[in-house]
Design a protein around this ligand. Structure first.
Ligand code: FMN
Length: 153
């Protein structure tokens, strides 16, 4: 059994919809040997990351950065986990209204410091969430879980 952790923040529902699709993909019938844990950013911590074999992070872009609560999560885990989670596989999704690049780069900078390994391109939705977007999120979750199941991550 491998463990996949999903940590996210959403204030107005966009990232929540993405998260629901990611989790649906990761827990779909095709996936049998992956335990999926979903945590809102304020409820996630060192124990959750230590438990996991791979992590998926979802955040809105706020003020050209990740959301404050996602930053708080990363602040709380950074030093306790520094050098302890080297090579941990992760994927990232972002909900923005006009851009998204600042959220991606701010998270990537911190995860580079932790030496986590991006195993998919960040997925950014700018503007309204469409069915196609949610399908992509579903695939993102399923790919992460399938990669764990296959022992790739
Ligand atoms: C305080 C605040 C700041 C925001 N700053 C940005 C921004 O810098 N760039 C952007 O593209 N969208 C920005 N937005 C829009 C949000 O990213 C967008 O509404 C997103 O869908 C929110 O995600 P959520 O529905 O999961 O809360 C901002 C929204 C808020 C409330």
């Amino acid at each position: 059994m491998s463990n996949l952790l999903v940590v996210y923040h959403s204030r107005s529902g966009g990232t929540q919809a993405m998260t629901d699709a990611v989790v649906a993909g990761a827990t779909s019938d095709e996936i049998e040997d992956v335990d999926v844990r979903v945590r809102r950013a304020p409820d996630a911590g060192v124990d959750d990351v230590s438990w996991s074999n791979a992590v998926v992070l979802g955040t809105p872009e706020n003020f050209g950065y990740m959301s404050g609560l996602m930053k708080d999560f990363l602040e709380r885990i950074y030093y306790p986990l520094l050098d302890k989670t080297v090579g941990l596989s992760y994927a990232l999704y972002v909900k923005a209204s006009t851009d998204g690049a600042g959220a991606v780069s701010s998270i990537e900078r911190i995860l580079t410091g932790l030496h986590w390994k991006a195993v998919q391109q960040p997925f950014v939705i700018v503007g309204d969430v469409t069915a196609e977007h949610l399908e992509h999120c579903h695939d993102l979750g399923m790919t992460m879980a399938a990669g764990l199941e296959a022992g790739i991550y």
